[in-house]
Design a protein around this ligand. Structure first.
Ligand SMILES: *[C@@H]1O[C@H](CO)[C@@H](O)[C@H](O)[C@H]1NC(C)=O
Ligand SMILES: *[C@@H]1O[C@H](CO)[C@@H](O)[C@H](O)[C@H]1NC(C)=O
Ligand SMILES: *[C@@H]1O[C@H](CO)[C@@H](O)[C@H](O)[C@H]1NC(C)=O
Ligand SMILES: *[C@@H]1O[C@H](CO)[C@@H](O)[C@H](O)[C@H]1NC(C)=O
Length: 169
């Protein structure tokens, strides 16, 4: 901590202030990203994986875009969008991990091609991001704060330059 650049502490404090309104969010998974109904058989396990793949692509793209947006344009609005996208991503991971755990038996999973079995296992273990909502928000806040530290450090590498981070400027 002692080696931090001057101004970093006020930056962190400012970033936390920016994020406070976002902590009020309680993000649900948009309906189009909610997993469907699957039976415990091989064809449905493959259908599950194929649905997971196409949905995951959208969810992760959305989350990465929101982070990128915020990192390149540090506004309160973009911070809220980033935290919201990140909570959606975690809701997605939990929902699909939960379905994988509940629906498919070991027998069915063992009958899948090796790479598909590996993917289901990954989906299940990602669901272990089973943090309660409050902790997830805290986790996202920390991530977002780190993002702002690193991206601001990139934009303003000179130690002399002021670290002002006023919302909307
Ligand atoms: C798997 O279950 C679904 C839904 O019940 C059914 O439509 C499908 O035919 C089943 N597939 C196999 C291989 O049993
Ligand atoms: C899902 O995507 C992964 C990674 O791209 C791929 O290895 C796997 O074959 C895909 N599975 C299905 C069922 O589409
Ligand atoms: C930065 O984000 C704000 C929304 O918070 C937007 O109105 C503005 O146009 C963005 N600026 C740039 C340069 O993209
Ligand atoms: C930092 O600011 C001081 C005083 O304004 C100036 O003398 C110095 O050259 C600056 N250093 C850099 C790296 O810009």
């Amino acid at each position: 901590m002692g080696a931090m650049a001057p101004g970093t502490h006020s930056l962190v404090r400012m970033a936390l202030l920016l994020l406070l309104p976002a902590l009020m969010l309680c993000e649900a998974l948009p309906a189009i990203w909610v997993p469907g109904d699957y039976a415990n058989n091989i064809s449905d396990a493959l259908r599950f994986l194929s649905d997971y793949n196409s949905t995951a692509e959208e969810v992760f793209f959305n989350s990465v875009s929101a982070s990128w947006n915020y990192n390149t344009n540090l506004t309160e609005h973009n911070s809220k969008l980033q935290v919201a996208a990140s909570l959606e991503e975690q809701a997605f991971v939990e929902a699909w991990g939960g379905v994988a755990k509940q629906v498919f038996s070991k027998d069915v999973l063992d009958s899948l091609p090796a790479k598909d079995k590996k993917l289901v296992n990954k989906i299940m273990s990602l669901g272990a991001a089973n943090l309660p909502q409050a902790e997830r928000e805290e986790y996202n806040t920390i991530l977002s704060t780190m993002d702002s530290i690193y991206s601001t450090a990139k934009v303003f590498p000179q130690p002399n330059i002021s670290w002002s981070l006023e919302p909307g400027e």
